[in-house]
Design a protein around this ligand. Structure first.
Ligand code: OFO
Length: 173
């Protein structure tokens, strides 16, 4: 069981993760529509990773004997100014997710829910990696500027990203 406060906050974070998935799926579509197939792949892999995050929350909440309350997922933007704009929005979004994971971790501790505190550690570490990836790509895009050849080169790099599904039975790990 969770305290009421923690149950509400955990359900809210599950919804945040669904929004993340939705946002990156939208970015994948937009990148594909402007011919950046590598970026479309990168964002599609990101969407798949966010769905893993959703299911980790889903399985963990359920494993505590608590019903998951699925809320409405807001519509993400569907148009972007450039690839740089997409990655800047991605970083800003992930910084917000980091803040909400940190708040949730504080709450788990203050509610003395040590199992949830341990569960959230994976997300604390994951957020460091997510923000770092975004900053690296933003740095490259700033160096590329208006250079079309540089952009195509980066698009080829982004095409190489592969989704690695989590091992079976670890959704709640
Ligand atoms: Fe779920 O890490 Fe991004 O949002």
């Amino acid at each position: 069981m969770f305290t009421d406060k923690l149950r509400t906050a955990m359900n809210k974070q599950l919804n945040n993760e669904f929004y993340s998935a939705y946002l990156y799926l939208s970015m994948s579509s937009y990148a594909g529509s402007i011919g950046l197939k590598g970026a479309a792949n990168w964002f599609y892999v990101q969407y798949q990773e966010e769905m893993v995050h959703c299911m980790k929350f889903f399985a963990f909440i359920n494993s505590r004997g608590v019903n998951v309350e699925l809320g409405q997922v807001a519509a993400p933007p569907s148009k972007f100014k450039s690839l740089l704009d997409m990655f800047q929005k991605t970083l800003k979004h992930e910084e917000g997710i980091t803040a909400s994971i940190n708040d949730l971790t504080d709450l788990a501790l203050s509610e003395k829910d040590h199992a949830t505190h341990i569960f959230l550690q994976w997300f604390v570490t994951e957020q460091v990696e997510e923000e770092e990836n975004d900053r690296d790509i933003i740095g490259k895009l700033k160096l590329i500027g208006d250079n079309g050849q540089g952009l195509l080169q980066l698009d080829t790099e982004l095409a190489a990203r592969v989704f690695v599904p989590p091992p079976a039975n670890t959704a709640a790990a």
